[in-house]
Design a binder for this molecule. Structure first.
Ligand code: HEC
Length: 128
């Protein structure tokens, strides 16, 4: 019977698909490869926040990026939930001027978290 066969095939495909997305989900829960995070930072963030997190770039100066090598500034990165939201949904100042565009379409929450952890390294004391 043809319909019967079609149903079996559909079911098999569905099973396979759900299994596959479960794997993807598991992968997302794992932390992201640090090299990938660095590449993402270079591609999306360094333009404003600078390679060293100091925000001393043209874009960063114009947008008003703060110095994340300063532990006082970097302290706010500890509020991961809020900061992830800022990265994914974007950030505006009190007057509604855009500070940072939303990255929702470009980054997964897990990647945003990795980027925050990466930005925290800017304020870690290096050898003096
Ligand atoms: C157009 C310039 C620009 C780009 C590109 C940009 N930012 Fe920002 N970002 C800002 C400005 C301006 C602020 C507000 C002042 C500050 O905290 O530096 C900000 C704030 C932040 C904050 C603090 C959020 C909060 O809640 O206080 C984090 C964390 C951050 N950016 C991370 C990133 C990451 C990660 C990327 C790359 C995915 C990125 N930014 C890309 C300009 C930018």
């Amino acid at each position: 019977m043809k319909t019967y066969r079609r149903i079996i095939i559909t079911l098999a495909a569905l099973l396979l698909a759900s299994h596959f997305s479960a794997d993807l989900y598991a992968a997302e829960k794992k932390s992201v490869d640090p090299r990938k995070i660095m590449a993402l930072y270079k591609r999306h963030c360094a333009l404003c926040h600078g390679k060293d997190g100091k925000g001393m770039t043209k874009g960063g100066q114009k947008a008003g990026a703060k110095d994340y090598s300063d532990p006082k500034v970097a302290a706010k990165l500890k509020d991961q939930k809020k900061v992830i939201k800022s990265i994914l949904d974007g950030m505006k100042d009190e007057k509604g001027k855009m500070l940072m565009a939303p990255f929702k379409r470009k980054l997964k929450p897990q990647e945003a978290l990795g980027l925050i952890k990466f930005m925290q390294t800017f304020s870690k004391p290096k050898k003096k």
